[in-house]
Design a protein around this ligand. Structure first.
Ligand code: ARG
Length: 466
């Protein structure tokens, strides 16, 4: 900005300039420049509203909006370079506007305060970011569905307590994450309504004596409504906290998937290999291929939780109405947005091209364990043996098998019948992994038929706009 600009921001009440260190401490321009485009949108709507209500003339409003458009262009071309002396993005715009359009620029702040202005800016910013994240969630879901589609018939071990429990269709496992992402998408859609309310016209805290039309500026900005109470309007940050809580949940889900991929990629599991485009090497151990992407997603999740905590603590002791503490809402919010968007993108790419499921290894794994033990008990129960009795019997069989280094499928029919006369030759079929999975055909279960239904329902859901 030109050095001719009077950088003294406040009124004549102040005789001397701020201590330079205090000026730097007070300034938010280094980070709230992120709001520039939204500040311009808010200011354009405000100028139009001032003209509509006769507070300024139409010609003046036009000069203002032209000046604002010019600033937008300068910013996009990298020519708009505010300094610490501008303090924040709102003053930076006002200073430049006055340089560009002269004295009329000094009229823009009529019937407005930086308090309702900044509230407007962050809502417009967050609304746009929410829309982007919701689109990203859809792409993430699509990537999960594409993998699921390929792996309906791939059987993987299912775990509880990280102990082999019952085998699953890999598609069923992946569809669990599609459901989580669905809730995330819906949750953000719900929060968007509360983000999308206009505080513009609440003034510093109490409204304004000018005959403003808040509904009009809100409409220009595509807000769904206006804050009913001016004090609440300038000091509410519930929407930012709600968003950060929703972002925390998105990251919980991404981090759980990340953790599974990290486990699966280990030699101990060997369920996936990572492709070269999505894994990294070690500087010393030449044999290594590291799962840095899911590890970073898991690691970055902590900072999102931290931002939620920061915002909650920032708010809890604030008396009405605006307090400068609220300037501290921006960095946590911006970093939350950046982190969740980055994590979503990385996990989506990982699903699209980073994972190769080792189907041979998976098939071998599920035929060499006792994850079909429940099915032996179910087999007897279906033949009228009380389930608890069957369960105890199978426990005994597993113990004997372990002692003799056998699997259930290795027992001869005579051995089975010695254990219980209800066993017949169809026991072998009943405990084969594919059959074990297919049998769990209850709604929401892993049976292949259910999984195919769930897959096609999930695909349809993806086409729903709201
Ligand atoms: N930079 C300030 C913020 O981010 C703008 C609002 C300043 N308002 C005030 N009364 N000092 O919160």
């Amino acid at each position: 900005m030109s050095s001719a600009t009077p950088k003294k921001t406040w009124s004549q009440r102040f005789e001397s300039a701020l201590h330079p260190a205090i000026a730097a401490f007070n300034a938010s321009i280094s980070f709230d420049i992120e709001l520039l485009e939204y500040d311009l949108l808010g200011s354009e709507a405000h100028a139009k509203m001032l003209a509509k209500t006769g507070i300024i003339t139409t010609a003046e409003a036009e000069q203002l909006t032209q000046g604002l458009a010019q600033i937008r262009q300068e910013y996009r071309e990298g020519q708009f370079l505010p300094t610490i002396d501008d303090e924040d993005v709102h003053f930076a715009v006002e200073h430049r506007l006055i340089e560009l359009v002269g004295d009329v620029g000094k009229k823009l702040h009529t019937a407005r305060s930086r308090n309702d202005q900044v509230g407007t800016d962050i809502r417009l910013y967050l609304r746009a970011q929410i829309d982007t994240i919701r689109e990203q969630l859809r792409v993430f879901q699509q990537a999960l569905l594409d993998q699921a589609e390929r792996h309906v018939d791939t059987v993987i071990p299912g775990y509880t307590h990280l102990q082999r429990a019952q085998p699953l269709s890999l598609a069923h496992h992946l569809l669990a994450y599609v459901e989580m992402a669905q809730r995330d998408w819906e949750r953000l859609g719900d929060i968007r309504h509360r983000v999308n309310v206009s505080p513009l016209g609440c003034g510093a805290l109490a409204g304004t004596p000018f005959p403003i039309d808040r509904a009009y500026s809100a409409e220009l900005l595509r807000f769904e409504g206006v804050y009913r109470n001016s004090l609440d309007g300038v000091s509410d940050r519930d929407f930012a906290i709600e968003f950060t809580a929703a972002a925390s949940l998105i990251n919980v889900h991404l981090s759980r998937l990340a953790e599974e991929v990290i486990l699966w990629a280990s030699a101990e599991f060997g369920f996936v290999t990572l492709t070269d485009t999505c894994s990294t090497g070690s500087s010393i151990m030449p044999q290594k291929k590291n799962p840095d992407v899911p590890e970073l997603v898991r690691g970055k999740t902590g900072r999102v939780f931290g931002h939620l905590q920061s915002l909650l603590v920032m708010m809890k002791g604030l008396p009405m109405a605006y307090n400068k503490d609220l300037q501290e809402d921006k960095e946590p919010l911006f970093d939350t947005v950046k982190t969740v968007q980055g994590c979503l993108q990385a996990m989506t790419i990982l699903l699209q091209e980073g994972l190769e499921f080792q189907t041979d290894r998976l098939a071998q794994t599920v035929t060499t364990d006792f994850s079909n033990a429940t099915d032996v008990a179910d087999y007897l129960a279906a033949k009228g043996v009380p389930f608890r009795e069957a369960y105890n019997l199978v426990g005994k069989v597993v113990r004997q098998c372990l002692a003799s280094q056998k699997l259930l499928k290795d027992l001869s029919l005579e051995e089975w019948q010695a254990l219980h006369p209800a066993f017949e030759s169809d026991i072998y079929e009943a405990i084969a992994p594919q059959q074990v999975v297919a049998a769990r055909n209850s709604y929401g279960g892993t049976g292949f038929e259910q999984v195919r239904m769930a897959l096609s329902e999930a695909k349809k859901r993806l086409l729903v706009a709201e």
